[in-house]
Design a protein. Structure first.
Ligand SMILES: Cc1cc2nc3c(=O)[nH]c(=O)nc-3n(C[C@H](O)[C@H](O)[C@H](O)COP(=O)(O)OP(=O)(O)OC[C@H]3O[C@@H](n4cnc5c(N)ncnc54)[C@H](O)[C@@H]3O)c2cc1C
Length: 341
């Protein structure tokens, strides 16, 4: 939001404030309408690890009050955090009960099923190798070619299409996540009795929540070289044990890593590649709600309502020369700077 304000001026502030809740509304209404089982729950704790973090949280808290969210937000000191969470790591936190957390893959699968029930056709294992522009654009796969009235390219950081226009605009940062073995009721009560999603204020942050089957899911750090980390559990175990000494030696059952599509100024990117080929990408690790907002904006744009699309399209993005070769080393250097104590 700050980045958009800097780019487009203060008048976009209200627009962005209201827009940020749109993703929550869309998800909530779809989960209810289509009965999607994705462990949707309310409650976030945004934690502070030093005094300057508290200043940030206080500013967010004050704004939330100004905007009528007094029933949703509570500013906590260290003792207040301790009453919510079995950790001594934090000097304070902002609790927000309007924010939500969920199982993102189950949300995605539920939405895919709902889309199919409405007539959408989904083709898995059909990599698009090329987009052919023209009055009736087409996507080309190994097995054939599909023509359409409109094409929306939404492959985020994993595709290598349209390099002439899109090269050097987003960069992969590998994020690692682990889940522990099921913790059991006693440990859950000791570490996170209110089932909150927790994340700290650092630029390269730790984030965690409990899963539906009672494991701790913990993500943290990020590898901005664009290469995969080899030992995710080895990297994250010290972070888990520092946060919750009660979990020293806990068994880690699963680990995985995946690329986030990072945009230098953190504003999602959208635009037109030709009159009927569009793109939308780059959520910088915050895509679960944001993709729902941007999906709606793109759907409106493609059907003729360009107002919100034009606001985002007006944001200027840095395109790193030599794109993929230079972008990741630059990003890695920037992140190294932010990770320094
Ligand atoms: C480790 C990690 C943790 C994260 N944590 C959070 C979080 O806590 N909260 C949050 O909001 N966000 C989080 N994110 C970010 C979030 O997952 C992404 O922002 C979001 O998934 C982006 O959605 P998308 O649909 O644009 O892209 P994706 O989810 O990447 O989907 C793109 C799809 O396009 C397909 N595709 C790509 N190229 C082609 C091609 N050539 N042909 C056909 N198909 C293609 C891919 O297979 C993929 O299915 C996290 C990401 C990672 C990696």
């Amino acid at each position: 939001r700050k980045q958009m304000r800097n780019t487009l001026g203060d008048e976009v502030d209200d627009f962005i404030w209201h827009l940020r809740w749109r993703g929550h509304e869309i998800i909530k209404s779809r989960v209810a309408k289509y009965g999607i089982d994705c462990d949707l729950k309310h409650g976030h704790l945004h934690t502070a690890m030093k005094a300057s973090h508290m200043d940030e949280l206080k500013a967010t808290y004050d704004e939330a009050l100004r905007r009528g969210m007094e029933a949703d937000v509570t500013l906590l000191d260290a003792a207040g955090v301790r009453a919510q969470l079995g950790s001594d790591l934090y000097c304070g936190a902002l609790k927000n009960t309007r924010n939500m957390h969920l199982h993102p893959l189950n949300l995605c699968l539920g939405e895919a099923k709902a889309a199919e029930s409405l007539g959408a056709l989904i083709f898995e294992h059909s990599e698009v190798l090329d987009i052919v522009h023209g009055p009736r654009p087409a996507v080309v796969t190994m097995g054939g070619r599909i023509e359409a009235k409109q094409v929306l390219l939404a492959g985020d950081v994993y595709h290598k299409l349209e390099r002439r226009r899109l090269k050097g605009m987003i960069f992969p940062a590998m994020g690692g996540i682990v889940t522990t073995a099921p913790l059991g009721a006693e440990l859950i009560e000791a570490i996170n009795p209110f089932d909150l999603a927790v994340y700290d204020c650092r630029f390269v942050l730790d984030y965690y929540r409990l899963t539906g089957d009672g494991r701790l899911l913990f993500g943290g750090g990020a590898n901005y070289s664009g290469r995969d980390s080899r030992d995710i559990a080895g990297e994250l175990r010290p972070c888990i044990e520092r946060t919750f000494p009660q979990l020293k030696g806990v068994q880690i059952d699963f680990q995985w890593s995946c690329a986030m599509g990072i945009v230098m100024n953190r504003i999602p990117q959208l635009g037109k590649l030709s009159s009927n080929v569009w793109y939308c990408q780059g959520y910088s690790g915050h895509g679960v709600a944001t993709t729902h907002i941007m999906g709606e904006i793109m759907a409106k744009a493609i059907t003729g309502d360009l107002e919100q699309f034009d606001t985002f399209a007006a944001c200027k993005h840095i395109k790193v020369p030599l794109g993929d070769q230079l972008g990741n080393p630059m990003l890695a250097a920037g992140m190294w700077y932010y990770q320094m104590p």
